[in-house]
Design a binder for this molecule. Structure first.
Ligand code: NAD
Ligand code: MN
Length: 503
């Protein structure tokens, strides 16, 4: 060892690690304090495969109060040492975890696919990559997220430190069961917090299997734990007196309850990533092919089960007929690639479960009296939860299908005349997550980017996000932001240190 620290010997590279779980050997236990343990709760989760409704498992741990308490206690015990781990060591654990996730990517995607139904090529691989890249992106921030200092001319030096919050948690949805992990655990761990992951009751298997990699990557016991469970488990976490922060992604209704539970308990910090009814606005002067393809992809990716899907499409009158013809054709093409998520030719899988299928079917049926059906409108096959990519045209602004988040491959399409009119319509929503503006006029694009009330605006693109830049919504689409430096701020508390220089 030199003063510069240990040097690598030849052949010291990380050894290949074999994930002990796969789709035929699912992990059903909680991961607490770096050990897999049975839940102390007798109740279990039941999971079905959405491609045919068949039973996948009915014996998956459902964390109850004693389990949540055990995880919180382990996290509290781990926190003092974890926050003092050197930045390079913490970074290296995050990088190692990213590599391990990537190496086992296909196994993770297969475990997720069993109960989500997302094909590997179109969505499964994308969200595994997002997960691994989340740990890399935030691993790289560990030694770069600096504090602040302010002028000392008045005799006082002011230093602002970014302090970790302590025990933090992520309550995540089923539509991106792994992608969400990188986006939440990444910034939490990078800033020295302990993190408890609560996956959705509809997609627990990848998250539970992650425990083996957490341990292998070198995270100390209690730093990163996984509690499978349902909404009740989430509520125990959100109302826990010793959890300091919850980062939530899911429905607006649940987000509201989490904010309430946080307020009623210990005023824990809350980040909410909720629903949307995002508009795509297509102007006469756009590149039509580009606009049509973004709009069709936006509402069909992951079978429309994406919070920032552009589900309201507004097209200016001059290009309307041409747009409709091309859009209808593309949506019909999408219907042709709906099918078994295990088949390589499949692009769109089923909806996640019977509840979501019934919900979307309800919108499809009621939609027929709220607009005219341009394409789709029905279900596919006689087993599983498959629906046709669907577009309703000429829908009144106050119709249910124009107001409510459907969370399926269902868009509403309307014509507009003027910029003023469309800004008002785009903003006439309780949501404000994403918007898209399709035009070749840079001034108009910039005007709309300023005028539309949403957390994100795409110009000549829509329904996309990047780890580097804030992700989240205005109005009832959320509170706070994920991704970028914004997420690091959401997982830290600024502490102002004032130094008297004249003493
Ligand atoms: P949900 O909001 O009920 O569930 C999301 C997560 O919150 C899950 O982990 C769940 O266990 C947990 N949860 C549920 N109730 C809770 C409670 N009272 N306290 C704490 N945690 C709780 O969403 P869902 O039931 O899976 O889906 C319903 C609708 O939500 C969908 O149709 C869709 O509109 C919307 N949704 C949005 C997103 C998104 O990315 N914004 C993701 C999933 C679902
Ligand atoms: Mn729910």
């Amino acid at each position: 060892m030199t003063s510069l620290g240990p040097s690598l010997k030849a052949g010291d590279g990380p050894k290949k690690f074999e994930l002990p779980f796969n789709k035929d050997n699912l992990c059903k236990k909680l991961f607490i304090n770096n050990e897999y343990v049975e839940s102390k709760n007798a109740k279990k989760l039941e999971l079905r495969n959405p491609k045919d409704g068949s039973l996948v498992a009915d014996d998956v741990a459902l964390a109850g109060e004693a389990d949540v308490d055990a995880a919180v206690a382990a996290a509290e015990a781990a926190f003092p040492a974890w926050r003092k781990v050197s930045p390079t060591a913490r970074r290296d654990m995050m990088y190692r975890l990213a590599d391990l996730i990537e190496e086992n990517g296909e196994a993770f995607a297969a475990m997720t696919r069993l109960t989500l139904g997302a094909p590997f090529g179109s969505f499964g691989s994308f969200e595994i990559n997002l997960c691994a890249e989340g740990f890399r992106y935030y691993g790289a921030w560990v030694d770069k997220f600096s504090g602040e200092t302010y002028p000392q001319d008045d005799g006082f030096l002011k230093i602002v430190r970014n302090e970790p919050l302590g025990v933090t948690a992520g309550i995540i949805p089923w539509n991106g069961p792994m992608g969400n992990v990188g986006m939440k655990a990444g910034p939490a761990l990078a800033t020295g917090n302990c993190f408890i992951l609560k996956p959705s009751e509809k997609t627990p298997f990848s998250a539970l299997a992650l425990g083996a990699l957490i341990r292998e990557a070198g995270f100390p016991p209690g730093v990163f734990q996984v509690l499978s469970g349902d909404g009740g488990t989430g509520a125990l976490i959100a109302s826990h007196m010793r959890v300091r922060k919850v980062s939530f992604t899911g429905s607006t209704a649940t987000g509201r309850r989490i904010q309430e539970m946080a307020a009623r308990s210990n005023l824990k910090r809350v980040t909410l990533e909720l629903g949307g009814k995002s508009p795509a606005v297509v102007f006469d002067d756009c590149n039509l092919e580009n606009a049509v393809s973004w709009c069709a992809n936006a509402i069909t990716a992951n079978t429309g089960q994406v919070c920032f899907a552009a589900s309201r499409v507004y097209v200016q009158e001059g290009v309307y007929d041409k747009f409709v013809a091309a859009y209808k054709k593309l949506m019909e093409d999408k219907a042709a690639v709906v099918g078994d998520p295990e088949a390589e030719s499949t692009v769109l899988g089923p909806l996640v479960d019977k509840a979501q299928f019934d919900r979307v079917r309800g919108f499809l049926e009621r939609g027929r009296s709220q607009g005219s059906l341009l394409v789709g409108g029905g279900t596919i096959g006689d087993k599983g939860y498959f629906v046709q990519p669907t577009v309703f045209e000429n829908v009144a602004e106050d119709a249910e299908i124009c107001k409510d988040e459907i969370f399926g491959p269902v868009a509403v399409l309307n014509k507009f005349k003027t910029e003023e009119e469309i800004i008002a319509k785009a903003n006439d929503s309780n949501f404000g997550l994403m918007a898209g503006v399709f035009t070749q006029d840079i001034n108009r694009a910039m005007r709309l980017s300023a005028e539309i009330d949403s957390g994100m605006v795409g110009v000549n693109c829509v329904s996309l996000c990047f780890l580097q830049a804030p992700f989240g919504g205005s109005k009832e689409s959320g509170v706070g932001r994920e991704n970028g430096m914004a997420a690091l701020k959401m997982f830290t508390e600024p502490k102002t240190v004032m130094v008297n220089l004249t003493y």
